[in-house]
Design a protein around this ligand. Sequence first.
Ligand code: PLP
Length: 387
Amino acid sequence: MSTEYRFATRCIRAGMGADVHGAARPPIYHSTTFAPAEATAPQSGDDPPPLYTRYGHNPTLYTVERQLATVEAADAALIFSAGMAALSTACLALGRAGVVCVGNAYGGTLDLLTGQLPQLGIATALLAPGEEPGLEALLADGYGLVLVESPTNPDLRVQDLAALAQLAHRYGARLAVDNTFATPVNQQPLALGADLVLHSATKFLGGHSDLTAGAAMGAVDIIAELDAWRRQLGQTPSPETASLLSRSLATLEVRVERQNASALQLAEWLAVHPAVERVHYPGLMTAPDHALAERQMTGYGGMLALDVRGGLSAATAAVERLRLFLDAPSLGGVESLVTQPARTSHAGMSDAERNRRGIGDGQLRLSVGLEDPEDLRQDLEQALERL
Ligand code: PLP
C-alpha cells in the first residue's frame, strides 16, 4: 500500500479491496480450491489467481499478507501456521550453509538449532551473550544465515541489528531478525539492513491469545524462496486464522503503544522495589543496552523480566500469589502473563547452559497486557510484599 499513509492507517487499510457488498472488513474464503475460469472479481496486484489454499493462493491470505508486508515496510510477506513454521522454513530455505543464532532466543528456536537442523546435516552454532565476537569466524567458515532476536527472550537484551547486517553481508550471509518481542510498532529491522523479519504472530501481532500463526517479511526474491518450502511442507494457516490476524493487525499500534507505556511504568516501579534484585527492560535509563535501544527502537515493548531476591522458591511463591498476571506461556495478548523461564520456556536447558545465558532461577518474565496499569502494579505489590 502507498507509503503516503502512516503506519496505523496502513495497518487498517492495506489489502482491503473493493467488496461486491461493500463490506468494511474482508470476507473469509473458506474454500480450499478455486476455479480461475469461473472468477469474475478483478485480479489485484501481483497475486497469482486464487487456486488452492495450501499454496497460499486464497484471497483471505492475500489480504493479511498485504497487511503483514506493510507493517514491516517490506515488499512481500507470507503468513504461516505458527511462528515456528516461519522460523523453520527460513532456516530450510536460507540456512542450508549453516545457521548461527546470536544471543538468547526462544527455547523452541534453540531446540530447532540443536535438535532437528543438525539431523538434516545443517551446521548450527549458538553464540551465548558475550560470545558475539565468535560470529566473524563462523561467517568466514561459510555460515549463511544469522538469526537473532531483539530484544531477546527472556532477558530483554538489545542486539545491534545494523552492525550485524553489515557483518553478515560482508561475508555474503543473510540476517534474519525475530521481531516478535519488539513488534514493528517499535522496531523496523528491514530499514536497519536485515534481509528477513520473522514473527510469532501468535503474540503481539495476533494480540488476543486466540490465534496461532507466524509471519515472514522481506524482499520478493527471499520471500519466494520461503514460499516454495511453505507450500511443500504445508505450513499455510487456515483462512479463519488469517482473518483473525487481519482483524488484529488493524489495532496493532494502539495495543502496543499502551503495552509500551504500562511496561515502562511497571519496570520503573519494580527497579526500586526491595524484593527485586534487577529489572531487565531496555527502556530503563540504567539498562545496559539503553543507548542502543534508543537509537534502534521507537518504543521498548510490553515485555520485561525481573530477578526476584531469593531465587527459585521466592520466584515460584510470587507467581503463585499473582492474581491478574496469569501463569501461562506465550505473550503479547490483551491479558498480562507471567512465566518462570527456568521452569518453562528454558526448562529443557541444563543449569550450566542457563547460567551461561544469564537466565537466573529467580527470573520472572512478564508480558504486560491492556489492563489498567495501576491494577497490575497493585497485583505485583501484593505478590512481592511478603518475599
Ligand atoms: N519466537 C519467539 C520470540 C517466541 O517467543 C515464540 C514462542 O513463544 C516463537 C518464536 C514461536 O512461535 P509459535 O509458538 O507461534 O510457533
